[in-house]
Ligand binder design. Structure first.
Ligand SMILES: NC(=O)c1ccc[n+]([C@@H]2O[C@H](COP(=O)([O-])OP(=O)(O)OC[C@H]3O[C@@H](n4cnc5c(N)ncnc54)[C@H](OP(=O)(O)O)[C@@H]3O)[C@@H](O)[C@H]2O)c1
Length: 289
């Protein structure tokens, strides 16, 4: 079989066996999805939370996949906590190859109601936290001349959303930071990319999904007609974490069902009157093999 048609050659492109990864904010939600996807691809995991106890069941799940897993405490608003986490993670595994800078928070409010403290909470957690975690972990990567840093941003980094001013600013900052860090650390073999999810149903967004009218409105605006599901991010995070993505840096990959294309309805209906396809028919997903 030629290499071009050899499926195992393709699988090797995304094999993370022997790699070590940190996923911050892995006590729930998207962070757990990222950690699970990396573990399934072969990586050993450092997972973090502000409260280590919250990680126990998930650490067990990662170990059950046959990977090593270490749970560490991390508050990204506290520099000494960041420094300690990076040192303990390095001590646990000897070296760190992959960082998923996922820990984050949101306060949804009309701009006129946003307080000084709301602003500081979001910017300190999302933007300042991402920078100093990347800096702490990159020191070892730079020494070893290898690293994959994946900063989690959001579709709010490229579009304006009422009620998400400070959050969007923090996410836009992460997108810009990604480009600057890519330029800074590229010469050391460290790539820095940004993964920007669209609208996913997690604890952070749960209140929104209780309102069926809002969900219908959201789905109408998403070209693929549904919110994201945790597994929709698996391929993107593994792709950016892989050694084979070595020539990609400073980029933002939006995984958002297409909502960032900014499609505004130019016709009264998506489907022509003669079309047999209902405008609300769900898009069929490829069955998993
Ligand atoms: N859900 C979406 O639709 C969506 C879309 C785009 C981007 N995002 C971003 O993707 C990331 C994950 O989203 P999610 O929906 O899974 O959020 P989530 O359910 O609220 O989880 C946030 C995670 O961040 C951790 N965290 C919060 N503050 C922290 C701090 N000061 N220090 C350390 N860790 C902290 C939390 O851990 P502990 O509380 O255990 O410490 C938790 O594990 C967030 O950055 C979010 O803003 C989400």
């Amino acid at each position: 079989m030629s290499e071009a048609t050899n499926p195992s050659a393709n699988a090797a492109l995304f094999d993370l066996t022997g790699r070590t990864a940190i996923v911050t904010g892995a006590s729930r939600g998207l962070g757990q999805g990222f950690a699970r996807a990396l573990a399934n691809a072969g990586a050993d995991l450092v997972i973090t939370s502000r409260d280590r106890k919250r990680l126990a069941p998930f650490e067990g799940e990662i170990r059950a996949l046959g990977r090593r897993a270490v749970s560490l405490e991390l508050d990204v608003r506290d520099l000494s906590s960041i420094t300690r986490m990076a040192a303990e993670a390095t001590a646990a595994f000897g070296h760190l190859d992959i960082l998923v800078n996922n820990a984050g928070c949101n306060v949804r409010k009309p701009a006129l109601d946003v307080t000084w403290d709301d602003w500081n909470l979001m910017l300190d957690t999302n933007l300042r936290g991402s920078f100093f975690v990347a800096q702490a972990v990159a020191r070892g990567m730079v020494e070893r001349r290898y690293g994959r840093i994946i900063n989690i941003s959001s579709v709010t980094s490229v579009s304006g959303y009422a009620g998400l001013g400070p959050y969007g600013a923090s996410r836009g900052g992460i997108r810009q930071l990604t480009m600057s860090l890519a330029d800074d650390w590229g010469k050391y073999g460290v790539t820095v990319n940004c993964l920007a999810p669209g609208w996913f149903h997690t604890e952070q967004t749960n209140a929104l999904y209780q309102d069926p009218a809002w969900v219908e409105y959201l789905c109408e605006r998403i070209p693929l007609k549904r919110p994201g599901e945790a597994h929709d991010l698996d391929s993107a995070v593994v792709f950016l974490a892989a050694e084979s993505s070595r020539y990609i840096t400073g980029q933002t990959l939006l995984v958002d069902g297409g909502i960032s294309v900014g499609a505004v309805r130019a016709l009264p209906s998506f489907a022509p009157v003669s079309s047999p396809i209902s405008k609300n028919a769900p898009i069929e997903k490829e069955p998993r093999k």
